[in-house]
Design a protein around this ligand. Structure first.
Ligand code: GLP
Length: 254
């Protein structure tokens, strides 16, 4: 694992965008695994800026998002389909047919999970997976007590996650109770992983992910076993990391 500690949320997104852009320059037909939530927004903004200013080309890129709420169609502004169009896809030259998210409206979620996994495999697997992290150390929607061997599947959201995500809804009662998410196995099969976190409310989860036991109680802790992870966090999210770890980081200005 490599750790980059930045001075701001914007800088975190900047560093992440550099890695994603580098991946696309090296392999124009890259397969990217993408995340939603407030964390990666600054990365998407920076990638859009790089596309506009120097023409970073997404025309051969394929994307697979981590997850989607069950019961939400792509035209629902709370859906992750909508979020990705709004924050990223409509601003770049990606081909609509190369964009993939699990279908939260599928009748049979088991079949949908299998379809999604087959599609990822058919594209040759994910080259670079971008992750945020939940306050309970979830990745995707893989909540504590996760089965590490799981692939894309239906999940029941934790109360903590429902409360955390209720800020995007009028009321906590409106937050869906279920989602369909890539599993830990799907995530671990990606060639490279970038884990992003910002803010003091993520400090404990970042500590568990990087320094805690590898345990299903803290799903992100499995990343300690991945061969190529870059963790990019702002100073607040790095707050609980011991100094010996912080000492070997590449700390960026800005
Ligand atoms: C959400 C998503 C995750 C995301 C996490 C953190 O529930 N399923 O993929 O990383 O929770 O969200 P945020 O970035 O808004 O803090």
């Amino acid at each position: 694992m490599r750790l980059i500690i930045t001075n701001s949320y914007e800088q975190m997104g900047f560093e992440a965008a550099n890695i994603v852009a580098g991946q696309i320059y090296l392999k124009p037909d890259s397969v990217l695994g993408l995340a939603t939530g407030s964390t990666p927004v600054s990365m998407y903004e920076r990638l859009v800026a790089v596309h506009r200013t120097v023409g970073l080309d997404f025309s051969e890129v394929t994307t697979f998002n981590l997850d989607e709420y069950i019961g939400m169609g792509s035209d629902n502004p709370q859906s992750y389909h909508y979020f990705m169009q709004d924050k990223f896809f409509r601003h770049i030259n990606i081909k609509p047919e190369n964009v993939h998210l699990p279908d939260g409206m599928a009748e049979d979620m088991e079949a949908e999970g299998e379809r999604y996994e087959k599609l990822i495999a058919a594209k040759g697997g994910i080259d670079l997976q971008v992750l945020g992290i939940g306050q309970n150390a979830h990745i995707g929607f893989n909540e504590p007590d996760v089965k590490f061997a799981a692939t894309t599947h239906k999940v029941e959201l934790d109360e903590e996650t429902i409360m955390a995500n209720s800020r995007f809804f009028n009321h906590a009662d409106e937050v869906p109770r279920y989602a369909i998410s890539m599993g830990i196995k799907t995530i671990m099969m990606a060639g490279h992983v970038i884990l992003l976190a910002n803010g003091r409310n993520k400090a404990k989860a970042v500590y568990k992910a990087l320094c805690g036991d590898v345990t299903p109680e803290a799903p992100a802790s499995i990343l300690q076993l991945h061969r190529d992870v870059v963790v990019i966090v702002d100073r607040e999210a790095a707050e609980m990391l011991p100094s010996e770890i912080r000492g070997v980081t590449i700390a960026r200005k800005g």
